[in-house]
Design a binder for this molecule. Sequence first.
Ligand code: NAD
Length: 481
Amino acid sequence: MTGTFTLPDTSALFIGGKWRPGAGIERIAVRNPATEQVIADIPAGTEDDVDAACRAAADALPVWSAVPPAERAAACRAISAELDARAEDLADLVTADLGMPRAFARSVQVGLAVTDFANLADAAEQHVYEREIGTSVVREVPVGVVGAITPWNFPLHQVAAKVGGALAAGAPVVLKPSQVTPLGVFVLADVIAGLGLPPGVFNLVSGAGAKVGEALVLHPVVDFVSFTGSTGAGARVATLAAGRVRPTALELGGKSPAVLLDDLDDSAFEKALRRVMAGSLLNSGQMCSALTRIIVPEHRLDTAEQILAAAAGRFRAGDPFDPGVRLGPVVSEAQRTSVRGHIERAIAEGARVVTGGPGAPDGLDTGYFVRPTVFSRVERNSAIVREEVFGPVLVVQTHRGTDDAVAVANDTGYGLAAGVFGADAEAVAWRIRAGQVEVNGAGFDPAAPFGGFGDSGYGREFGGWGIDDFLTTQAVQRWSP
Ligand code: NAD
């Protein structure tokens, strides 16, 4: 495996405007999933660290909430610019700890984070914070101290949504990033540290979910928890927060449909299938919004299987630093075990393997690699249709016309994303119960609100909507004698 990268200093936590050693001595190892080697370690934060960070954030609340939106926007813009300046190094780090092919790590992982902070700066400036209604002045004010918990699959983009949104809205934040892919986040913290914001406005406490994450959710000064991750952990976070009567926003998993309508001609049908596969295998399928259920007209199933099998064959797996590689490893041994478990269960339940399977790609015995795998001829209630796999695994379903396609698409507990292809795609898109629906392969729009229905959670992030979760409403009634 190739690739060189410069590791950031990951020895300390950022609390109250200073880098300081954690209260404990334990460290968490960070591995390169392509080599399985330990490449760094980070502090395993403790309850004492969480307490110090939360108290620093509470002290910063009156200071940062009084800073005018234009200054908050300037801080977000400065972060965006500095991330952009360090983009190449950041892309190396994301490739090293996540395993995403380098070019995509640069354009998607780092590129989106740069855009997110800039968009949130615009949102801070353009938001209307005050209205007069009746005898009252109604203001949207910062929600208070924000606890932010993020996953490993978009280590900068998901953090940008929360840290950028909170800072833009005037709310201090304590961030608990994923312990699996933390390297880029330490660079981001270094960028923010360099801005000289008031102490406590941004705090970083790395560590395990059950320990640091739960201590953050339960801390008495935390007013709002913004969580992105699995549906199970999100439910746990919301339950704990509810015990304290504190609101949460939950950005959770998905099992999102791509609907190919009847009217596509052969060329458009093939193009749509290739596009869905390319989008869904990006980041080795480790994307909450991946379109992993491909719903095709019943009479075209054989053709769809052939196209998808051929397309999967073009995804060369291997060293993510190699420019010819399109499919990196999944992030960890635990993730590979989980993905293989889903594949084996689907086979045991009688699904047809169109391509792929549970074994490693040829010649890739080191590294957490999984073959791109497509299933078809599946029961609508089987696990492979209903459960999120979070790996390079797709399933083909069939429909008998538009109404049936909508019904199949909506037959899921989740509702995060969807795609529709065909002449009438936009009208059909509005019938799908999902937070973000792309038409004819439009792709992700970072200016649009992102979030889910149902088991995919609630709350919206990014773009102009990206500060709303971090604001709450206050009314002051005027009295005229
Ligand atoms: P995860 O739920 O295991 O962990 C997410 C974060 O929560 C991590 O920082 C983890 O340490 C922390 N955590 C875990 N248990 C916790 C607890 N009991 N209390 C507090 N914090 C806890 O998820 P993951 O494996 O890191 O990420 C993959 C999942 O994230 C997938 O289900 C994916 O769909 C979802 N995801 C959703 C979105 C979205 O925007 N909807 C985006 C990216 C990922």
